[in-house]
Design a protein around this ligand. Structure first.
Ligand SMILES: NC(=O)c1ccc[n+]([C@@H]2O[C@H](COP(=O)([O-])OP(=O)(O)OC[C@H]3O[C@@H](n4cnc5c(N)ncnc54)[C@H](OP(=O)(O)O)[C@@H]3O)[C@@H](O)[C@H]2O)c1
Length: 317
């Protein structure tokens, strides 16, 4: 396990490297989808801390949190130009609306950081676009934004700057998926949906890294981080989870660790990586078990494109 002090040292060193290309006329752009709380919020703070001229986009629904975070980013680095975007990212049309805004405002993107999520015990809950909301927030809308913004991330890579996409979730939970019911319309359970969206994120990371060899693609688990992710659980479950918090990472330390993989460490500059919160690679085991085959990558991505089309058709009705 890479210690926090080693992470801090490397992050500080990376600031000396980023200074070579992060200037007032060429700011470094970080997008934090799910940046209004927890891991996304704290990684955005680290981004502002180590980047001389950051342009930061924070996406979430909570406008009060957005306002508070923009103010804090300014105190961390007065050169920060930050914008809050209010969107419900369970919807593909909202992912498109946000992407359109970024495509109009930015010439390149150095980091696309995806950490939207919520926990709940209820079963399949379809959005107006016909996708289960947990599957949408953890996979479909995340990768819709990736697909839309890839041209801007490629631009950063062509400039030989950091160009990475990080999806924060739970590698290690990959496994066989229901090939006849990929979006789990008929076979939904919390376990099945966890396995499907975890597997889909890892497949997408591997697939896109082959198509875009100059960009780093990561599916990264956080371990246990003391955030508000359990906010929608009943009080007795939150109480039962309290002992786990004893072992939890502080959000600000998680921010440093996620900045390390997102920009600080050169190890993740290109290629595909599925890693734990202590940076242990899980990809080899998933490949060995047959969970990341090229056939699966294509089948699941074709399914994903079909879901985008169907969702938007429903949205436009
Ligand atoms: N914390 C942990 O120990 C842990 C462990 C394993 C995996 N994870 C995963 O890591 C990711 C980040 O977790 P975290 O601990 O940072 O959680 P968090 O503090 O609860 O942050 C979740 C973020 O998702 C956003 N979000 C939720 N629903 C949304 C929606 N419909 N539209 C737009 N944004 C939405 C929230 O923003 P708004 O409320 O403003 O909408 C918030 O910014 C999650 O996917 C989580 O499942 C966390």
């Amino acid at each position: 396990m890479t210690s926090l002090s080693a992470v801090l040292k490397r992050n500080a060193q990376s600031a000396q490297e980023i200074v070579a290309y992060s200037t007032a006329t060429n700011p470094t752009v970080g997008i934090f989808v799910g940046g209004t709380s927890g891991i996304g919020e704290n990684t955005a703070y680290a981004f502002a801390k180590y980047t001389p001229y950051p342009r930061i986009h924070i996406v979430g629904r909570n406008a009060d949190a957005g306002k508070r975070i923009l103010e804090k980013l300014q105190t961390i680095n007065p050169n920060t130009h930050a914008t809050f975007h209010r969107h419900d990212m369970t919807l593909i049309r909202e992912a498109d609306a946000f992407s359109k805004n970024v495509l109009e405002q930015e010439k390149k993107v150095n980091l696309l950081f995806l950490s939207t999520g919520f926990l709940k015990l209820a079963g399949r809950t379809e959005t107006v676009e016909g996708i289960d909301d947990r599957m949408a927030i953890n996979y479909y809308s995340r990768w819709r934004v990736v697909e839309n913004l890839l041209p801007l991330i490629e631009k950063a890579a062509e400039n030989k700057e950091n160009a990475r996409i990080v999806s924060v979730l739970g590698p290690g939970n990959e496994g066989p998926v229901n090939m006849n019911d990929l979006d789990l319309k008929h076979n939904y359970s919390l376990l099945n949906s966890n396995r499907h969206f975890t597997e889909f994120n890892s497949l997408a990371v591997v697939r896109f890294a082959q198509l875009y060899p100059k960009i780093g693609f990561l599916h990264a688990g956080p371990g246990i981080v003391k955030t508000n992710i359990t906010r929608d659980f009943p009080w007795y479950i939150r109480l039962a989870a309290q002992p786990l918090m004893f072992f939890a990472t502080r959000p600000e330390d998680a921010g440093e660790r996620f900045f390390y993989i997102s920009q600080g460490s050169p190890d993740y500059r290109t290629g595909s990586h599925t890693i734990t919160g202590s940076f242990k690679s899980l990809k080899e085991k998933s490949i060995e078990r047959g969970y990341l085959t090229p056939e699966l990558q294509e089948t699941v991505w074709n399914h994903t494109e079909d879901m985008f089309k169907a969702a938007l058709a429903k949205s436009n009705k």
